[in-house]
Design a binder for this molecule. Structure first.
Ligand SMILES: Nc1nc2c(ncn2[C@@H]2O[C@H](COP(=O)(O)OP(=O)(O)OP(=O)(O)O)[C@@H](O)[C@H]2O)c(=O)[nH]1
Ligand SMILES: [Mg+2]
Length: 457
């Protein structure tokens, strides 16, 4: 793992032109480096730097004395900071060139460029937050809807961690008792029934797992591919759902040649809509062929497929070929152009999928389509407003493993097997739960988690 004692620096605001941009430094050298670069507009440069206050001044290249930017700078001494280390933040004008210059100067003066998520990694390692909370920081940055944000903030506040800890404490108490019975002769410790504690722990984990599929949906969204043969109205449907003219629509088959993605927020669930090139039978056009290959890939990667057919025409062999592509996936048959007389007979078409008749042109039926999409995504339930929803596949997987071990421990305990049999599973369950909060975590896992962060966070 990277050294935690280096002083790291990064541009912490998005790249591009903005009103302000922030260069952040964390580590023991943050203040000395800042002192070498910063000239206050008032007071002496060598006077003590006031803590937790914004100071106005200039960043100056110490080698040339040239002014680089006019800034507001703040020094936050350890330990009451994000990383629990000394932090200096320099708020420059948002231009990317000036921010890069400030960062370069900080690096030249001895800082090291921060890796993705390294500030938050330090916050975790230095005990300011546990792992689930650190991951919540990433989720807050990435939240696409209010609901996803609410979940992430709840997790940052430690609600999931608190619940997981409570379960761990129960299991630890049971483990301590069992180990005592192994280590001491029976009559030295009062007998205790740990059955109820194991059952309660299992119930609590089951409760967390129950909401996990929904939580993951809110957090990660639903990849929704819109597929169909050319000209059935896929792009029109995308536009109608988004209420924009995002995609080009023409009466010419083969208008959309590449996939196009846009996020739709339906009651807090982010649906990543993917408009695709119409899948035709045989085509000689190489561009069209590539587009069609992408459409097939979009179906393979989708959580949900909207299979669009033109209701004003009989179904064609291509429609059936497309239907076959969706096998094994959640799909909705969207019968479009219902403002025209209906001709298509869809009774035999993807018989197990729900079907919705719409007109992308007039907007008719779109409410039913939205309802059907939500139904498939959430199984008909809305998010519990105060419940804890596990929103990450990683957490869900760890919980499932923990539950498995607790159930095994319960079974061996009830069979009256020697305590060692039970403690093996209790330890494994504790390890699995510890992966969520970070109490038991491997460096590889940490690297994996923090690699998803952006630099400067
Ligand atoms: N009457 C009627 N026409 C529609 C409807 N939806 C789309 N159209 C028309 O159908 C034609 C094709 O629409 P697009 O949205 O471009 O179809 P597409 O499936 O994206 O086509 P490709 O990109 O070529 O695969 C356009 O002329 C649309 O105006 C509808 O609900 N009713
Ligand atoms: Mg199109």
């Amino acid at each position: 793992m990277k050294s935690l004692d280096d002083t790291i620096a990064a541009i912490s605001t998005p790249l591009g032109q903005g009103g302000i941009g922030i260069v952040r430094m964390s580590g023991p050298e943050a203040l000395p480096i800042a002192r070498r670069l910063f000239r206050p507009s008032r007071g002496r440069a060598d006077a003590p730097w006031p803590a937790f206050r914004l100071r106005h001044g200039f960043i100056v290249d110490p080698a040339t004395g040239a002014r680089v930017d006019e800034v507001l700078a703040a020094y936050m001494p350890a330990p009451r900071t994000y990383t629990r280390q000394d932090i200096v933040e320099i708020n420059g004008h948002g231009g990317i060139v000036a921010l890069r210059r400030i960062l370069e100067l900080a690096l030249r003066e001895g800082a090291r460029l921060a890796e993705p998520g390294e500030f938050t990694l330090r916050a975790f390692v230095n005990g300011r937050m546990d792992l689930a909370q650190a991951e919540a920081v990433l989720d807050i940055v990435n939240a696409q809807t209010d609901a996803a944000l609410r979940l992430a903030v709840g997790q940052l506040e430690g609600r999931l961690s608190g619940e997981v800890r409570a379960v761990r404490e129960r299991l630890v108490a049971a483990l301590v008792y069992l180990e005592a019975t192994i280590d001491f002769v029976e009559d030295e410790i009062p007998p205790q029934d740990i059955g109820p504690a194991l059952r309660e722990a299992a119930d609590a984990i089951r409760g967390l797992l129950r909401g996990a599929d929904q939580g993951i949906v809110y957090r990660q969204g639903i990849r929704t591919a819109i597929v169909g043969r050319p000209n059935v109205g896929k792009s029109s449907l995308l536009n109608a759902l988004l209420r924009t003219d995002r995609a080009i629509v023409t009466p010419i088959p083969g208008t959309t040649r590449d996939t196009l993605e846009e996020t739709l927020n339906l009651q807090g669930v982010p649906f990543v809509l993917v408009d695709t090139a119409g899948i035709a039978g045989a085509t000689a056009d190489p561009v069209e062929q590539l587009g069609i290959e992408r459409s097939r890939r979009a179906v393979r990667q989708a959580d949900l497929v909207l299979v669009v057919v033109d209701g004003s025409e009989p179904l064609r062999p291509e429609d059936r070929a497309i239907a076959e592509l969706t096998e094994g996936r959640a799909a909705i048959v969207v019968i479009n152009k219902c403002d025209l007389p209906t001709v298509a007979d869809v009774t035999e078409f993807l018989p197990s999928a729900p079907r919705v008749r719409i007109s992308a042109l007039t907007g008719e039926g779109l409410d039913n389509l939205r309802a059907a999409m939500l139904e498939l995504a959430l199984g008909g339930e809305a998010m519990a407003s105060n419940g804890i929803l596990v929103g990450s596949v990683r957490h869900k997987e760890a919980l499932a493993r923990a539950l498995d071990h607790v159930e095994k421990a319960e079974a061996t305990y009830r069979q009256g097997l020697p305590a060692d049999f039970v403690t093996i599973d209790l330890r494994a369950a504790l390890d699995a739960l510890g992966e969520i909060t970070g109490q038991t975590v491997t460096p590889d896992l940490l690297d994996n988690i923090f690699a998803n962060f952006c630099i400067g966070k």
